[in-house]
Design a protein. Sequence first.
Length: 192
Amino acid sequence: MAYYVNHGEDNDVEEFWREERLPYFQEIILQSNYQPLDRKIYVMYHGTTFAAAIQIIQKGFKQSEDGMLGRGVYVSRNKDKAARYPLGNQFDQVILKLRVNVGKVIAINYQGHPFQKTWHNYGYDTAWVPASSGMVPSQLEEDCIWDPKRIKVVGIAYASQYCITALRNMLVQHDVTLLLLLFLILALLRQL
């Protein structure tokens, strides 16, 4: 089951997830070397810190101000790509399992592509960088989603033993108190 908290945004959010409510809906796990099809819902991943994961689960994703593809939320269908984040901080790493409604997709398949940072201005919802593009040093595919409402957290793909139970409970129960307590415990453990 997937969880999405509507934080007062318009009803377009429901349109993104209509397909998911159909009785025959199944998650699509698309291999990272295939281009995503327009208007489909795919399983993707996002690597972050424990504190950021709490914020994402509570309030949803926020766009990055800038990056290789400009503004947006950076995710990947490749869990190994998500496992590279957060940079330099693996102690409290969390990999969120997501469902993403990609909307209209453009492939940005070389550095200096004319729409590399402006793709959303041309009506695209997702920019996809193929693994074979040479744009990403890891050679792993990457996606940039313009509208954070197109993304929902559906599970925890990885977290330390201290974090995973609390995050999963938060997804189900939105239990903030338990997570804050766990966050304090993690902070104390770092000081040891």
